[in-house]
Design a protein around this ligand. Structure first.
Ligand code: ZN
Length: 502
């Protein structure tokens, strides 16, 4: 196959898949028909295609050619694995949708049980829900998760890599060891302040202390319904539109941008952004339920939306659709963080005292960062060489590493369900660090109310234009941040030394 026709076919595939995802999960179409899309493009994901692209990437001389080819290798590899695991994945989705659990004589759908748990005021009942969930998962889904992971590992070997980890490092250009060193030092630096930061927040949100905390309490802690009063439902969309306006962007007249926030019976409760054409046809789908979470989710997905909507249309396909997702996640976190920013809360929602929200958000952030640091440590072992045939021993490692990072007893049973493909945990970790660097640059240049400065919008639009061509390190260098991406910025950003959180 010619490289140009591979690229055209790849772009059609991605666009069709995103379109199908949008229509199904927006509740506009019942069936989720992705298999026919794969069937139209089988030539994209053969082992020969992976080998051919790897060879071209190895031989590429020009910088941008090598970038584009490396992104295509990753695309082909993920598609190859997608082909090999799609039957297990659809069976997992089918069984999970049908699964129910019994808690003290009451039946709950497996999927809805996490929402019920987050809204349950009684800690003992939250623990009972968790217990029933992990038992049902182990009994009914465990073997499928093992099969899925085995197949992923097997694919990496078939394609000639020493391990799944090595495959991801090379095809995604990830320095996982380097990142791991940084996240381990983050864990050490936050070890002592961690319980101190959490204690008062747990008391005010859950009415219990750190020593009593269980994993089953975390969804309710994150839900933080006591903060909802600060976030009036009728301000949800207007606050986003006005924030973008402050940055010099008129969301309502942006070509190809659709904010889909109306309720529909079959619409997914989970918000998402779908770039069917990047740029030119980008959807943000959200079903508002009220409160802080709506704002958080809208602004996160809004960051993806603006990134993809502002990509330069003439860029090669790879830079508009593929590349390192740490980039788009960083823009998503940048806007998401605004809804916890005192200056933004004052200007957009008229909140005069944001201190309780700021300290809750800080505690929540610390739990997330430590949890993801633990996930990375675990996934490096899970996907490293030598786990084949001995997957079950990983359940103990999972429980030990996550339990130590988060500081609570951690169930073993979710050791494969709690893993996103392709080391996406590393994307989030790098995105958090990149967002923190970016936010500093914006504050330094445009002040605490940077979101009200069209010049800040111009800076962002200049970065969005490039799609995901650059790595996070290169993006920072372009901004004059020469020290590179360092997860250590997260320690300062959390103000653990007692200085006031700005
Ligand atoms: Zn995201």
């Amino acid at each position: 196959m010619e490289l140009d026709s591979y690229r055209r076919s790849a772009e059609t595939f991605v666009s069709q898949l995103e379109g199908e995802y949008y229509r199904h999960y927006a509740g506009l179409k019942d069936a989720y028909e992705i298999e026919p899309i794969y069937e139209q493009h089988t030539e994209l994901f053969t082992s020969e295609a992976v080998e051919w692209l790897r060879d071209l990437a190895d031989r590429a001389a020009a910088d941008d050619d090598r970038r584009r080819l490396t992104m295509l290798v990753d695309f082909a590899v993920q598609g190859y694995i997608g082909e090999a695991t799609k039957s297990v994945e659809s069976e997992l989705a089918r069984r999970e949708a049908e699964l129910s659990i019994e808690v003290n004589g009451e039946r709950l759908g497996f999927r809805e049980s996490s929402v019920v748990q987050a809204n349950e005021p009684d800690a003992a009942r939250r623990a009972a829900i968790e217990d029933a969930r992990v038992r049902a998962l182990d009994e009914h889904l465990g073997s499928l998760y093992r099969e899925q992971t085995d197949r992923q590992h097997h694919c990496a070997a078939e394609l000639g890599w020493g391990s799944y980890r090595e495959m991801c490092e090379q095809s995604k250009l990830l320095d996982l060891d380097g990142l791991h060193t940084q996240t381990e030092s983050f864990i050490r630096a936050t070890e002592t302040p961690y319980p101190e930061v959490l204690e008062p927040e747990l008391r005010s949100t859950l009415g219990l202390g750190f020593s009593e905390l269980a994993r089953s309490d975390l969804p309710r802690f994150f839900r933080a319904a006591n903060m909802d009063a600060l976030f009036p439902a009728d301000q949800l969309l207007p606050s986003f539109v006005r924030t973008m306006h402050g940055l010099g962007i008129d969301v309502n007249s942006q070509p190809g941008v659709v904010l889909d926030v109306e309720s529909r019976p079959k619409k997914s409760p989970r918000a998402f952004c779908a770039a069917v054409r990047s740029p030119g046809e980008v959807y943000l789908v959200l079903t508002p339920i009220g409160g802080w979470e709506d704002f958080s989710v809208l602004f996160h997905e809004g960051g993806h939306l603006e990134h993809f909507a502002n990509v330069e249309p003439g860029l090669p396909f790879e830079f508009r659709y593929l590349g390192d997702n740490s980039i788009t996640e960083a823009f998503a976190f940048l806007l998401q963080n605004l809804v916890e920013d005192p200056e933004w809360l004052r200007r957009r929602l008229g909140v005069t005292d944001a201190s309780s929200l700021v300290s809750h958000a800080r505690a929540q952030r610390l739990v997330y960062l430590r949890r993801y640091a633990g996930k990375l440590a675990y996934e490096l072992e899970l996907h490293g060489p030598g786990t084949d045939g001995s997957l079950s021993t990983m359940a103990d490692r999972y429980s030990k590493l996550l339990g130590a990072a988060v500081g609570v007893a951690w169930a073993r049973e979710t050791y494969l369900a709690d893993v996103d493909p392709g080391f996406y945990c590393a994307c989030y970790l790098r995105a958090w660090a990149l967002e923190t660097h970016l936010r500093r640059v914006l504050r330094d240049r445009f002040g605490a109310a940077w979101f009200d400065r069209p010049e800040a919008g111009d800076l962002l639009k200049g970065l969005w234009l490039e799609g995901q061509r650059l790595t996070p390190e290169e993006l920072l260098r372009q901004l004059g941040e020469l020290d590179g991406l360092d997860f250590g910025v997260m320690v300062d950003d959390l103000h653990l030394d007692g200085s006031p959180a700005l």
